[in-house]
Ligand binder design. Structure first.
Ligand code: NAP
Length: 359
């Protein structure tokens, strides 16, 4: 059976998701909803560098629903619970990279809205991606299969955001380039929202592996630029934030059990930061202990441009949810998580990629 898929938002992740849907046997792209007025009414192929696909972009939810999608890939810059609830109520499954990674630990009010909508529509919602997502939830859970007794699970992410092309997320959402006082959960609705997503991830590992966490504590510190740092169309001015360290620690009776430590900078990092290898390091300390270092690149075998390597992270983020679509569509109504879903694997696999325009 072919599953009909609609794409919601065509930013860095959304465009990769479109390519993923096109390449996956058993998935058919039936609608594309865009946010920007400049992208309305064009053929979706144009947005992803492909010949016409026969799917015209729309801003209209009714048009998207008229295409009768089984599933929507929801990847907007800012997630709206009401939008997702409308989709679920209409009986459409939703996979998203934007939120809802461990609904059991999200805001009770948001969970109630989404849960009621999902049951009313008989639909399922799944949130995942790269981190939060595969590297922070699926990989630690998979590695735990090697371990008898766990003491700690940690994930360290070391990333330089200067090459991340979604500068609205980098500057407007994450507040890089803002004065330090404005880069705080208390000063930014988005930073508070984002911190909650990582807290959910820590809770998920703790809940899934019996850590009996009492709390997840957030620590946050920033570093500032000493000289102007250009980032695509923007600049980090001296004295504004160019580095953020976020540490989320799940504790049981005062002991750290699950830690996610994100070391994010644009340019030089503060001297007192721990030295961490670029990418993601997952470590399970226990009997026995296991460690894996993970990176995404466009290729390890062939030379590729920096832009291609950067896009690889967006592609990985998108594919984690696109590849989950058949399992999500088969799941019971309600929520599906990295814990409840079976192993998500590549749907396209070794099959040839969708040809780019002119290729
Ligand atoms: N879990 C993970 O590992 C992970 C990793 C990376 C990103 N993400 C999340 O995935 C989502 C997409 O990221 P991205 O890199 O694709 O972002 P992006 O490049 O900034 O694109 C997001 C798209 O959202 C639409 N948009 C613009 N302004 C908006 C607004 N005010 N409200 C709602 N939508 C708006 C636009 O769609 P159109 O272009 O169609 O108009 C835009 O291209 C974000 O929520 C991001 O936080 C998750």
């Amino acid at each position: 059976m072919t599953l009909r898929v609609a794409q919601w938002a065509t930013g860095a992740v959304g465009r990769e998701a479109v390519l993923g849907v096109l390449g996956a046997p058993g998935l058919e792209l039936v609608a594309v909803k865009v946010h920007g007025s400049d992208k309305v009414g064009v053929d979706a192929g144009e947005l992803v560098g492909l010949p016409p696909l026969g799917v015209r972009t729309t801003q209209d939810l009714a048009e998207l629903l008229a295409a009768a999608p089984d599933c929507v890939v929801y990847t907007p810059r800012v997630a709206h619970v009401a939008e997702v609830a409308d989709l679920l109520r209409a009986g459409v499954d939703v996979v998203t990279t934007a939120f809802c990674f461990h609904p059991a630990r999200m805001s009770a009010a948001d969970r109630a809205v989404l849960e009621q909508a999902a049951y009313a529509g008989g639909a399922t919602l799944h949130g995942s991606g790269l981190n939060p997502g595969n590297f922070g939830m699926a990989v630690p859970l998979a590695l735990s299969g090697l371990v008898r007794e766990l003491r700690t699970v940690s994930l360290v992410e070391r990333a330089d955001w200067s090459a991340y092309e979604s500068t609205r997320i980098t500057f407007d959402n994450m507040r890089f380039g803002a004065p330090p006082a404005q880069v705080d959960e208390g000063a930014s609705e988005f930073l508070a929202f984002n911190a909650d997503l990582f807290r959910q991830q820590v809770w998920l590992i703790g809940d899934a592996l019996g850590a009996e966490l009492d709390e997840v504590v957030t620590e946050h510190s920033v570093g500032t630029a000493t000289e102007p740092i250009p980032v695509f169309d923007r600049t980090i001015a001296p004295g504004t934030v160019n580095a953020q360290r976020w540490t989320w620690t799940g504790r049981a009776r005062g002991t750290a059990k699950v830690v996610v430590d994100c070391l994010w900078s644009i340019g030089a990092a503060p001297a007192d930061w721990p030295r961490a290898q670029h990418g993601w390091t997952v470590q399970l300390e226990g009997e026995p202990s296991v460690q894996a270092h993970l990176t995404t690149l466009a290729s390890f075998a062939e030379p590729r441009s920096l832009a291609d390597h950067v896009r690889a992270a967006s592609a990985a983020t998108a594919m984690q949810v696109v590849n989950a679509i058949p399992a999500v569509c088969a799941a019971a109504p309600g929520f599906a998580t990295a814990e409840s879903l079976p192993l998500v694997r590549s749907l396209q696999g070794f099959r040839p990629a969708v040809a780019a325009a002119g290729a």
